[in-house]
Design a protein around this ligand. Structure first.
Ligand SMILES: Nc1nc2c(ncn2[C@@H]2O[C@H](COP(=O)(O)OP(=O)(O)OP(=O)(O)O)[C@@H](O)[C@H]2O)c(=O)[nH]1
Ligand SMILES: [Mg+2]
Length: 331
């Protein structure tokens, strides 16, 4: 490890925000030497990671994610926690990012000395964005943050990517309710360990209560993710700071149940294994596409598949043979 990396590691372990921010910049860099340096750094810091509770947040647009993260994050820092807020938003290069997209809503939290906020890395595949967020999470843990929030925008596969890196997945729902449960997809609902109905204040309070009951009924019909925890539904008001303590209490009970049953260690081990194989898949695909013989033959074979002169299977076999330098299907 270079002296520079050593100094970064020391700074991070001492909880220095500048060192943390610089290390995350290395993680997000596309430069090979930066990525290598970042990987060495994280490997070195690994023993200092893993102590935080990792919480994912998702929910439809406008449900109140930013406002909730601001209120809940501030609630926790005031209770003495160190809270890191990260995001997975594959569209952030276009939209400007989820959390910091609306700076005004996280003003209080951003000023808290015990909070660290970093918008989603931008650009690249969802896999690439998720990897950089996962590594940033490890760095914040090494820097002493004991609560990590990871926000996702409610699009496509990013919920699954976030659920694959957190201990607990929180789905925010609006008080609107409705027959179709506000369009929350069943697959997303099945990821949730905790459902939080937002805006339970003023005129919306009764609707929030009804939405919570509906969600509880819907949950009864679902297979639990883990044997040691039944997903719960809570109602909160971020603007009135109501119900935040109940959310933290549920998170604490979730963590206790997962830890004492050994499920948390199992989940994290499973996540690490899956991350390893995703890295291998991405790495292999990248190497394949850059391979000179593959690059030379790919356009012609792709055209042949489109013109229905050959099958995707055979074309893939030829490209893989060119990559490996030996037949994929030996006789
Ligand atoms: N009454 C009430 N309104 C809220 C509450 N939380 C959020 N809102 C309002 O709901 C709207 C959306 O809130 P955001 O926090 O921006 O929601 P979001 O989910 O981050 O939205 P996107 O980032 O656009 O997906 C804003 O007008 C908020 O003021 C709450 O606890 N009570
Ligand atoms: Mg938002």
């Amino acid at each position: 490890m270079s002296a520079q990396t050593e100094a970064l590691a020391t700074g991070i372990l001492a909880g220095q925000r500048r060192a943390l921010a610089r290390a995350i910049t290395l993680v997000e860099s596309t430069r090979r030497d930066h990525r290598l340096q970042a990987s060495r750094l994280i490997e070195h810091l690994l023993p200092a990671t893993g102590k935080a509770i990792r919480i994912g947040f998702s929910g439809p647009p406008g449900v109140g994610k930013s406002t909730f993260i601001e209120a809940f994050g501030t609630f926790l820092t005031q209770a003495g926690h160190k809270v890191a807020v990260l995001a997975v938003d594959p569209s952030s290069s276009l939209s400007g990012g989820s959390i910091l997209g609306d700076k005004t809503r996280i003003e209080t939290l951003a000023r808290e000395p015990n909070a660290f906020i970093r918008p989603s890395p931008s650009g690249g595949t969802l896999g690439g964005v998720a990897r950089r967020t996962r590594e940033a999470m490890l760095l914040t843990e090494a820097a002493g943050f004991d609560v990590v929030f990871i926000e996702t925008v409610g699009v496509g596969q990013s919920e699954t990517a976030v659920a694959d890196m957190v201990d607990l997945f929180v789905l925010l729902a609006s008080p609107a309710g409705g027959d179709d449960l506000q369009g929350i997809k069943r697959g997303i609902m099945e990821l949730a360990d905790l459902l939080v109905v937002t805006k339970a204040d003023g005129d919306l309070a009764p609707a929030a209560g009804r939405a919570a009951s509906e969600l509880r009924m819907a949950l009864h019909l679902m297979r639990p993710k883990t044997p040691c925890w039944r997903p719960e539904v809570l109602a909160v008001s971020s603007v009135a700071s109501k119900g935040l303590d109940a959310v933290w209490d549920a998170i604490g009970r979730f963590r206790a149940a997962m830890e004492s049953s050994g499920e948390l260690a199992k989940l994290r081990a499973e996540q690490a294994r899956a991350a390893l194989w995703r890295e291998i898949e991405e790495g292999l695909l990248g190497a394949l596409k850059e391979h000179p013989s593959v690059a030379a033959e790919a356009p012609r074979l792709e055209a042949a598949v489109l013109a229905r002169e050959t099958t995707p299977t055979l074309a893939a076999e030829r490209l893989l043979t060119a990559f490996l330098g030996r037949p994929v299907w030996p006789d």
